[in-house]
Write a protein that binds this ligand. Structure first.
Ligand SMILES: *Cc1c(COP(=O)(O)O)cnc(C)c1O
Length: 356
């Protein structure tokens, strides 16, 4: 393994004084991780350096053709003041799945995790103390060769930046409104939907923009072929409780294999609930709503953990879910997942990793 070099800042920033005003993704810590890649040389020069602007040629390939991937995870402070990560190995594994789809050279997952742990050890005082707040971790890789031809890059940068963040939704765990998008699509089978890459987000911005105009917080995407089957919420996977069945769309190539999704499925099954990963049409949801069997709808993702859906708008139909209140299963999942993440509940699944 190459040696990790460390250059500490001479100008540490003041830590945020009011952690309730952090929001999401505005504030960054003092240091970041960087590693370079060149064809023939492999990944080299891993380093922790002061957080700051980077130099990039205006012809850098990522700026033109979008060859990049990213991850998102969090560091949590436990009541005893320790810091822990939640299933971090799953994020680095997924990073390589995304890398493969975008023809980005694979990283050494174990080494990347070691570098992240070192970075968090250096930045440990930046991990918020407030309930619900955490240190958001953003690893990402992009092609940086100055070249305007279309081909996979020969040069890449792998970076990790850290952002102390408050609760993702400013309204807390209050149910959100979601608009089913029936004009645009996010991804198709054979496309990049299963990869965590900026391109999927670029493609989803217009739907989000339209939803916001109608005062809906997020978009529920339908499949790109028939616009009939439910996919995901763009930054969250989606779950429905229909009768006594917990249902979520199966992983078929166009949606992300969320780590929170995986954890929610495991938890529900451990509670003896029936969980199905299968195709769900929007008509099935509308029918379940009409006959009263649609009990809960919620999104899952690292940022929000569990996001209950209070209203689901599909064309002219507005479904009010569970009287716009958080449902029993949503609440139990939220309490259990955050309990494990913040070290307040025993970690029976071996999901957490302690950082010194
Ligand atoms: C990151 C992401 C999710 C949620 O995944 P988690 O691993 O649970 O954070 C869901 N959908 C998309 C498109 C994403 O990018």
């Amino acid at each position: 393994m190459p040696e990790l070099k460390i250059e500490l800042t001479k100008n540490p920033k003041p830590k945020p004084t009011d952690e309730t005003k952090l929001g999401f993704g505005h504030v960054f810590t003092d240091h970041m991780f960087v590693m370079d890649y060149e064809t023939g040389k492999g990944w080299y020069n891993p380093r922790i350096v002061p957080h700051g602007p980077i130099q990039l040629d205006p012809a850098a390939m990522v700026l033109h053709y979008g060859q990049e991937i990213f991850e998102g995870l969090k560091a949590y402070r436990t009541p005893s003041g320790k810091i822990q990560l939640f299933r971090p190995w799953d994020n680095f594994k997924r990073m390589n799945i995304s890398n493969e789809r975008l023809v980005i050279p694979p990283i050494d997952e174990e080494f990347a995790l070691q570098c992240l742990v070192k970075l968090i050890e250096i930045e440990k005082d930046w991990v918020p103390h407030t309930d619900g707040a955490s240190l958001y971790i953003r690893p990402f890789i992009f092609a940086c060769d100055p070249y305007l031809g279309v081909r996979p890059g020969d040069k890449y940068m792998f970076m990790i930046i850290l952002s102390p963040s408050g609760a993702y939704y400013s309204t807390g765990l209050n149910p959100v409104g979601i608009r089913v998008e029936s004009k645009y699509v996010r991804a198709v089978k054979g496309g990049m939907g299963f990869a965590k890459t900026g391109g999927n987000y670029a493609s989803s911005l217009i739907g989000q923009h339209e939803a916001h105009k109608e005062n809906y917080a997020q978009v529920l995407w339908l499949d790109g072929v028939e616009k009939k089957y439910i996919e995901e919420v763009g930054s969250m996977n989606i779950f429905f409780v229909i009768g006594d069945e917990v249902v979520t769309p199966e992983l078929q190539g166009s949606i992300l294999d969320g780590i929170t999704r995986r954890s929610a499925i495991q938890l529900c099954r451990s509670w003896g609930l029936k969980v199905s990963e299968r195709r769900i049409s929007i008509d099935e949801i509308a029918d379940a709503y009409k006959n009263g069997s649609l009990k809960e709808v919620f999104g899952t993702g690292t940022a929000a953990v569990i996001s209950p859906v209070g209203h689901l708008k599909w064309d002219d139909m507005v479904m009010e879910i569970n009287n716009n209140k958080i449902g029993e299963i949503s609440q139990r999942l939220y309490d259990t997942l955050t309990g494990i993440q913040y070290g307040k509940l025993p970690d029976e699944f071996g999901w957490t990793m302690e950082v010194k």
